[in-house]
Design a protein around this ligand. Structure first.
Ligand code: PRT
Ligand code: ZN
Length: 217
């Protein structure tokens, strides 16, 4: 039996559940469920907050998990990335008030940047030779400039609608993200064999989707 951790509810959960169902794996996924064992594949599901998933996989409480690459890279847990899943695509970007004149990355020199991703933000800025301060906040980052908490933000963007409605503009992409499957780095041979079977099924689903989208284009 292999144990997988997936997000209970949020931007990763629907596509995660859909993927495993498309792989032919039957399991219950009602909103009150915290765990569920598949009736036709040796897989047990744990439904968790996304932030807890990398740590559970590192510790071996779960064998594998589905998580956004942004969360994984921010927290640097020791796990293996075994598959890019192609959904929950987004980017971590720097954004500034819309009426500001953007002069390039040197704009951020000496500025205060609000973010939930201080590590990725600082890595990007220092790799580009920019010295600025990050101010870590856990949510509603987009409001920070308008209430005087920060000069700029570094946050997750997908359509750009949230930035727009908060009077901000995206000026630089820091990190590209999508959902990935991670694995504990010391699975035993029985678990490895189940994981290989699962990865083979995911490959087949992805190939069928690729063929469908080329036919439609
Ligand atoms: O409750 P739990 O802790 O499990 O979930 P969560 O609230 O921490 O995460 P959730 O469900 O919001 O996001 C899970 C993962 O989805 C993220 O870590 C990303 O990998 C991915 N993802 C994809 C996104 C977005 N798209 C996204 N648009 N995560 C967040 N957003 C937010 C963003 O923070 C901003 O507030 O949506 C807003 C911007 O969206 P647009 O479309 O207006 O640009
Ligand atoms: Zn979260």
């Amino acid at each position: 039996m292999l144990r997988i951790a997936i997000q209970k509810s949020g931007r990763l959960s629907d596509d995660s559940i859909k993927l495993f169902k498309e792989c032919g794996i039957k399991f219950e996924s009602g909103s009150s469920k915290l765990r569920s064992v598949s009736s036709n594949f040796p897989l047990e599901f744990l439904f968790l907050r996304d932030d807890d998933i990398p740590g559970y996989v590192e510790d071996g409480v779960a064998d594998i998990g589905v998580i956004g690459l942004n969360v994984l890279e921010e927290n640097k847990k020791k796990v293996d990335i075994v598959k890019e899943l192609g959904f929950s695509k987004c980017r971590l970007s720097l954004a500034i008030p819309r009426n500001e004149n953007y002069t390039g990355l040197n704009y951020f020199e000496g500025k205060n940047i609000a973010t939930s991703y201080p590590n990725l933000t600082n890595q990007f800025l220092s790799a580009n030779g920019v010295k600025s301060q990050t101010h870590e906040i856990s949510g509603s980052v987009e409001i920070a400039p308008s209430i005087g908490l920060a000069d700029a933000i570094c946050d997750i963007v997908s359509t750009g609608g949230t930035l727009l409605s908060n009077g901000l503009k995206e000026v630089a992409e820091v990190f590209k993200s999508q959902a990935v499957m991670i694995s504990n780095s010391s699975l035993n041979s029985e678990k490895k064999a189940i994981l290989d079977k699962l990865l083979f099924r995911i490959d087949s689903v992805q190939k069928a989707q690729d063929r469908k989208s080329t036919r439609l284009n």
